[in-house]
Design a protein around this ligand. Structure first.
Ligand code: GLN
Length: 307
């Protein structure tokens, strides 16, 4: 009997989800993100043998937003090892990505590196660590993507800065607890830029491939993280990658993943592939409606899951 290949399963699932009604709202609290066409939909899967298959708008770039938090954590973890965890925890927050509620009674130690407070602390670590954080971070992302065309989008970063009251509040609160070492403006500038990076699904799935291969880039052979560190980053994606919907994503999809308010989601099937989906309409928790739906159907059809 013919068994569907990955690319056949991908194409079938894409067709199925494209035919369904699309729900949700495009993010508007960052004005620049509102300009996107809400009905865009793309997906790309890259296997550790470097073969890719894509569908729809898989070669159109979008703002990766919080997905970049995995890459900033990777760079900080690579440099600092476990001492990272003195300033940020690895527990699911169960709150929205920009919440302040836990910070007060947990003395300014963010629950995890993927909520905004945690990502701001990680950004501060990188600002302390790197000579030219913006330049060096971009070089790192280009190395992972094996693509020098990847860049920040200054317009999106400026748009977020202009309306970034919540992140200003979070970082000042963190600073009052002594958990930010650098000038808050400098750290915010870096953070807004890393969130503004644009990639398409093909580039994004390639960028995350090292996490599907025990921390080693299967294409270049470069070791990005140790096997143990890679396991840990995947574990944090699994438990904290979707804010107050991390449980739902584990239940529906069953793979470690990370979402961004630009409508992107990337998920990793350890030992096999990385997959990126983009659809800008978000559910109330700030995760791509179609992205979640697609991955749920794809992993159900293929039986791929870490569980
Ligand atoms: N840059 C966004 C913010 O700080 C990232 C949020 C997200 O993608 N969930 O609010």
């Amino acid at each position: 009997m013919h068994e569907n290949t990955l690319s056949e399963n991908l194409a079938e699932t894409f067709k199925e989800v494209s035919a369904m009604k699309n729900y949700g709202e495009v993010a508007s609290y960052i004005p620049e993100l509102q300009l996107v066409d809400a009905d865009k939909f793309g997906v790309c899967l890259t296997s550790i043998d470097d073969s890719s298959c894509g569908q729809g708008d898989c070669n159109e770039r979008f703002s990766i937003q919080s997905i970049a938090k995995v890459l900033s954590l990777t760079l900080a973890f690579k440099h600092l090892g476990r001492s990272c965890w003195e300033r940020v925890d690895v527990e699911p927050a169960g709150t929205s990505f920009n919440s302040l509620v836990h910070l007060e009674y947990e003395s300014g130690i963010p629950r995890n590196p993927f909520i905004n407070s945690g990502a701001l602390v990680v950004s501060d670590m990188l600002v302390s660590l790197l000579k030219d954080p913006k330049k060096e971070f971009l070089e790192f992302v280009r190395l992972l993507a094996k693509d020098d065309s990847i860049d920040y989008d200054d317009k999106t970063a400026a748009s977020e800065y202009a309306e970034g009251y919540r992140n200003f509040a979070v970082i000042n609160f963190l600073r009052s607890f002594g958990n930010i070492e650098n000038d808050v403006e400098e750290v915010l500038h870096f953070y807004f830029h890393l969130c503004s990076i644009k990639m398409n699904c093909t580039q994004l799935s390639r960028t995350f491939l090292f996490l599907a291969h025990g921390g080693k880039d299967p294409i270049s052979g470069e070791r990005i993280l140790t096997r143990s560190q890679s396991k840990r980053v995947n574990a944090i994606m699994m438990t904290c990658g979707f804010y107050d919907e991390a449980g739902e994503f584990a239940y529906e999809v069953g793979l470690p993943g990370k979402s961004g308010v630009g409508g992107g989601i990337v998920a990793v099937n350890p030992g096999s592939y990385s997959i990126a989906v983009w659809s800008p309409k978000l559910n109330p928790q700030g995760n791509s409606y179609r992205g979640m739906k697609f991955l749920e159907k794809f992993t159900t059809k293929t039986g791929h899951s870490i569980f």
